[in-house]
Ligand binder design. Structure first.
Ligand code: GDP
Length: 140
């Protein structure tokens, strides 16, 4: 199977609780390699642009406010079948539904403050990576 890339965000609930390393360890244990990483504080414009696909959803405003409530860590992850591998280790959106051992089951506070974002397709991964990283910032 081909080595592919996906995009990840460690969300403000996790950075606030000093869990950047713990979350990244889970990603690495799952076989994902961090090939780009930076800690940023998103502007409202950036968060609205990033989540534009969710614009019509009732929680859009709350989601944007949450994502700019503190620093996040944006990362590019690489492995065989990276999108699925990351989604598997993240767990279900609602931590109540997430499987044992997943990041969200272990760390998430709520359906909103659920510690991590992960691309849902290779197509979206490419778009999301380009939203935050220049090609030369990714070192595989
Ligand atoms: P994901 O792909 O598992 O992250 O889930 P979605 O794409 O469905 O939702 C994007 C993000 O919106 C989630 O990760 C949550 O942070 C947030 N979210 C999803 N559902 C809800 C909800 O019902 N209420 C609120 N406040 N936030 C939600």
């Amino acid at each position: 199977m081909a080595v592919t890339r996906t995009f990840s965000i460690i969300k403000p609930d996790a950075t606030r609780r000093n869990l950047t390393g713990a979350v990244t360890a889970k990603l690495e244990e799952a076989g994902l390699r961090v090939v780009a990483s930076k800690r940023i504080h998103m502007s409202r414009e950036q968060a609205e642009g990033f989540y534009a696909v969710h614009k019509e959803r009732p929680f859009f405003g709350e989601l944007v406010s949450f994502m700019i409530s503190g620093p996040v860590v944006v990362q590019v992850l690489e492995s065989e079948d990276a999108v699925k591998r990351n989604r598997d280790v993240m767990g279900a959106t609602n931590p109540k539904d997430a499987a044992e051992g997943t990041i969200r089951k272990t760390f998430a506070e709520s359906i909103e403050a659920n510690s991590v974002h992960g691309s849902d397709s290779e197509e979206n991964a490419a778009i999301e990576i380009a939203f935050f990283f220049k090609p030369e910032e990714i070192v595989g």
